[in-house]
Design a protein around this ligand. Structure first.
Ligand code: G4P
Length: 527
């Protein structure tokens, strides 16, 4: 086997998605402990933005600065190299998270047993589903009272639109939680709070009618488990790894991350079934990881807010071939050659310069403003990776120049910030006014602050009432012309010159959609 294929087969690149507080940071930490990437709990700085800081964006940026180090965490486990891509939990940075998910090959979805499926989980799973990314579900906090396991699975199926197959099943819950039964391996895993890694008490129980089960968990719980498993076998299909890999079915595990319980089981299953780096689509052709020639795309740009170090890091996902340090590559969008003397890999909490990297790996490239989200590096071929969309923003404000002497600086600043993916800029077609659209309110402050500090430009905002900006597509140019004429007050163009429809309300949008079946409305830019 060639070295490249060996390296590809070793790698598993995934993201953990959850609503804030479901236990993503805790789970990440336990996974890193298993991989020996960290030695003690608490070593992973929480990427979580503390609640009290939501109005203080500088504090948030500081925390985001910390989170650069943990943007990608790599560790080895059972001869596999596992790359976890961290995703900000704060909803105002949801777009960052959406984009990070374009760089993973699979995902683990963490759900709080008491809270069930929450909003942010729904949004993030939606993004993974769109890309048919295989997902494993981990239902967390079983040491606490929570919802009935069957009800939860129904909710996951309904709200997340995932076909689930439970691979483990809880015995009791909260105060009466005794452990989980591994349906796949037919083993009972007894719960011991704060178990050290690998110390879970596991007993093989092939036949649930074995009296050993009653001895271990008591007659009542044993009977309950027998009843549950009988229903499970009737309701859910046998687990099929291929259906999981094609994104059609999701295995479910139950556990308690903080107690390191049920985590190893899930990890063992993950390394066995999770996909190695997958092929990616470009506008030109499909790119396979095993191709000799290197290709990769930028999915995230992190700007340093420290005025003494105003560099940016562009995060590059390697899609094919081998990436080498100090080698000339072709920047497709800028049509120029570039080489990188200190590409960085992120190993748990430390950064290090890498000499080579392989498909599935993420490297950080120090950048002085050459990269945009979605940019491609190759050995010369013209390729544009697909599936790195902008998402329809949810908050809008008019942006105006507050210092007439600095119009140029403002334009440049806005341009670069939009390239970084901080927000999206639209230009109204009726009056030429500029609109900034974001996922969260915080970005407005971030933009204002950065324009002033990095570009010496001042902007002011004017509130506006807008529900959504959606991209449109059409078949017949005449129909488009008619639509643009009729709705000219609600039309804008995005930064790349694409038409966008500005909807003032959900109801209004629905009406326009009904009245204009010849026009298609899209909630993300790569329709
Ligand atoms: P997030 O990254 O998804 O936002 O969640 P995080 O891991 O920070 O966990 C949120 C809270 O839930 C933390 O408590 C964490 O200790 C707790 N937690 C995680 N897993 C479990 C579990 O299995 N059982 C129980 N009972 N709690 C769990 P916190 O009080 O907010 O923070 P901390 O002071 O404990 O760090």
């Amino acid at each position: 086997m060639s070295k490249l294929i060996e390296e590809i087969n070793k790698r598993k690149t995934f993201g953990i998605v959850s609503h804030p507080d479901a236990g993503k940071t805790t789970l990440t930490e336990k996974l890193l402990l298993f991989g020996g990437a960290i030695q003690e709990a608490g070593a992973v700085k929480s990427n979580k933005i503390k609640k009290h800081a939501t109005s203080d964006f500088m504090e948030i940026e500081k925390q985001r600065g910390i989170s650069v180090a943990t943007s990608v965490m790599a560790f080895e486990y059972r001869d596999k190299q596992i790359n976890i891509l961290d995703t900000p939990g704060h909803k105002d940075f949801a777009e960052d998270t959406y984009r990070t998910l374009t760089a993973v090959d699979s995902a683990i979805v963490v759900i709080d047993v008491a809270k069930g499926v929450e909003m942010q989980t729904e949004n993030l799973v939606g993004v993974c589903r769109m890309r048919k990314a295989p997902m494993i579900v981990f239902i967390n906090k079983l040491d606490r009272e929570g919802r009935d396991a069957f009800d939860l699975l129904d909710e996951v199926e309904e709200k997340l639109k995932l076909k689930v197959v439970p691979l483990s099943w809880p015995v009791g819950m909260g105060a009466t939680f005794q452990g989980v039964y591994n349906l796949y391996e037919k083993k009972l895993n007894l719960f011991r709070p704060h178990s050290k890694q690998g110390e879970d008490e596991v007993t093989s129980i092939e036949d649930l009618n074995d009296e050993l089960l009653d001895e271990l968990v008591g007659k009542k719980a044993a009977d309950e488990l027998r009843d549950d498993v009988e229903i499970l076998t009737e309701v859910y299909p046998d687990f099929n790894p291929e259906s999981y890999q094609s994104g059609e079915e999701s295995p479910v595990f139950f556990g308690s991350a903080v107690n390191n319980f049920g985590v190893k089981e899930m990890l063992d299953c993950f390394v066995e079934i999770a996909p190695s780096p997958l092929s990616r689509l470009t506008e030109e052709r499909e790119v396979f990881p095993t191709e000799d020639k290197f290709t990769g795309f930028v999915f995230k740009i992190h700007a340093n807010m420290d005025p003494k170090h105003r560099d940016r890091i562009a995060f590059l996902r390697i899609c094919s071939g081998e990436f080498k340090r100090n080698t000339n590559y072709y920047h497709v969008q800028q049509e120029k050659k570039m080489k990188f003397s200190n590409p960085t890999a992120f190993m748990a909490s430390k950064k290090e310069i890498v000499d080579e990297a392989y498909p599935g790996d993420i490297v950080g490239l120090y950048d002085s403003g050459n990269f945009k989200i979605g940019d491609t590096l190759t050995e010369g071929e013209i390729l544009h990776f697909k599936g790195i969309p902008s998402f329809s923003p949810e908050q809008f404000r008019y942006v105006d120049n507050a210092d007439p002497m600095k119009a140029k600086q403002l334009a440049k600043g806005l341009d670069q910030l939009m390239d970084e993916g901080v927000a999206q800029l639209f230009t109204r077609q009726d009056n030429g006014r500029k609109i900034i659209g974001t996922v969260g309110a915080l970005q407005f402050e971030v933009i204002q602050y950065r324009l002033l500090n990095e570009y010496s430009a001042k902007c002011s905002y004017e509130p506006m009432n807008l529900y959504k900006a959606c991209w449109i597509s059409w078949k017949d140019d005449k129909e488009l012309d008619a639509f643009l004429r009729r709705r000219h007050k609600d039309i804008a163009k995005d930064k790349d010159g694409n038409y966008v429809y500005l909807a003032e309300s959900g109801w209004g949008l629905k009406t326009v959609q009904e009245n204009h079946p010849e026009i298609e409305f899209h909630f993300q830019s790569d329709y």
